[in-house]
Design a protein. Sequence first.
Lengths: 112, 111
Amino acid sequence: DQQVKQNSPSLSVQEGRISILNCDYTNSMFDYFLWYKKYPAEGPTFLISISSIKDKNEDGRFTVFLNKSAKHLSLHIVPSQPGDSAVYFCPRPTSGTYKYIFGTGTRLKVLA
Amino acid sequence: SAVISQKPSRDICQRGTSLTIQCQVDSQVTMMFWYRQQPGQSLTLIATANQGSEATYESGFVIDKFPISRPNLTFSTLTVSNMSPEDSSIYLCSVGSREQYFGPGTRLTVL
């Protein structure tokens, strides 16, 4: 089973506060995890990744956390900015390939 | 990273016609993918187009409906054939492996 679940379809956060986006996965055989964001009328943009041997990766305002025992991935954005308003995806590759399965995403709205 | 362009950016087509979408990359890449995003839906992979081999299609997509060409390592085309309103979508190409880079998309409306 290679489903990706983003259980929150939308999230609203005040500018300057922390945004936390979550993904749950069922297959433990992946060696990396990724986050993409997508603005309307644009293609998805790679944001940040994490190796399965790590539990945290940080890049500026963006930090990804991996909890392997819970099969849970989260993206923290702090401080959130209005320009972060987008749809965020945690796509998963099908086994042994680079073909990605995208879930429904989480629409983040950062309020000024 | 790679810079990807797509043509056309959008089009409105009549039922029964075909449209060819172009994807151009600024560097040579081995793997290229075509996705579709139907209104209100997430991205769905149509096919993988690797240079020098036939495109491989995902379940629910067939070559007769979505023929793909990959003549070199920087270019690919996807044709949407015999279009119906259900084909109205955004079509995107992507390149890369673990980290993929997407084109801006082609917004297709079929009347």
